[in-house]
Design a binder for this molecule. Structure first.
Ligand SMILES: Nc1ncnc2c1ncn2[C@@H]1O[C@H](COP(=O)(O)OP(=O)(O)OP(=O)(O)O)[C@@H](O)[C@H]1O
Ligand SMILES: [Mg+2]
Length: 223
């Protein structure tokens, strides 16, 4: 399988082998998260752009859940987001704040690394320069910094299919200190309205911060 970033991931027996130039960064984050008590796959090996991890049991949270189990899966997202977002930011060596991500976005556009053929409908046909200009124009004036996963999609959260409980979180290469809406915006984009509202209530927010939500969805287009 090949992910959005172009990473190549293969299952080999009870291991997953990910080939991507950025796997060293992902391995460091996996180690750090394990030290913080967050459930992540164990690293078997990491060298020369290849990361081998132990297979996490279970299914992706994007699974087609029964009505009976859906609340348990939402509760798993709440628990995971709260656990990550309550880690002390002073102890986190990885940055994903606006200065960091905006600089990275600019260099990705300059290097032609942004996939302009798969933009959200509202940005269809935009150039990289237009996306950057819109990012600058809508850049939030403040950041509510927490430890963010950086790509908190249901495919990256694995759960037990019988209980909906977390078995492990994967694809952590973009973890770092950022505004909590970096994670929440991606979740909002991936979940339908009703589970997202239930998620937000469990997480402890009454409603979305629409400006940040729009901004972080736009930012994600550049990664
Ligand atoms: N340790 C693991 N245990 C179980 N499943 C895994 C594991 N590693 C990868 N997978 C499976 O492989 C898929 C792709 O892996 P991963 O999410 O790390 O890469 P990606 O989505 O291609 O990367 P990116 O988001 O950077 O493009 C996951 O969605 C998951 O189904
Ligand atoms: Mg993934």
């Amino acid at each position: 399988m090949t992910g959005l970033s172009g990473a190549e991931v293969r299952r080999v027996g009870n291991h997953f082998v990910k080939r991507d130039p950025a796997v060293a960064a992902e391995a460091e984050r996996l180690e750090w998260l394990a030290q913080q008590g967050i459930k992540v796959p164990r690293i078997v090996d990491q060298r020369d752009g290849v990361l081998t991890t132990e297979a996490v049991p279970g299914v992706p949270a994007s699974y087609d859940w029964t009505d009976e189990l859906r609340p348990a899966v939402v509760a798993t997202f709440v628990e995971l987001a709260r656990a990550l977002h309550s880690l002390p930011i002073e102890d986190c060596p990885f940055r994903r704040d606006l200065d960091t991500t905006m600089a990275e976005a600019r260099s990705r556009v300059a290097a032609g690394l942004v996939d302009l053929d798969n933009l959200e409908d509202s940005y269809a046909g935009w150039t990289g320069e237009q996306l950057l200009a819109e990012l600058e124009r809508t850049r939030p004036s403040s950041e509510d910094l927490v430890v963010c996963h950086g790509d908190l999609t249901p495919d990256n959260v694995l759960v037990d299919p019988r209980t909906g409980r977390l078995t492990g979180v994967i694809d952590v290469g973009r973890l770092g200190v950022a505004d909590r809406w970096l994670d929440l915006a991606i979740l909002q984009r991936e979940l339908t309205q009703e589970p997202f509202a239930a998620f937000l209530a469990g997480y402890g927010l009454t409603g979305p911060d629409q400006d940040k939500l729009d901004f972080y969805i736009l930012l994600d287009e550049l990664f």
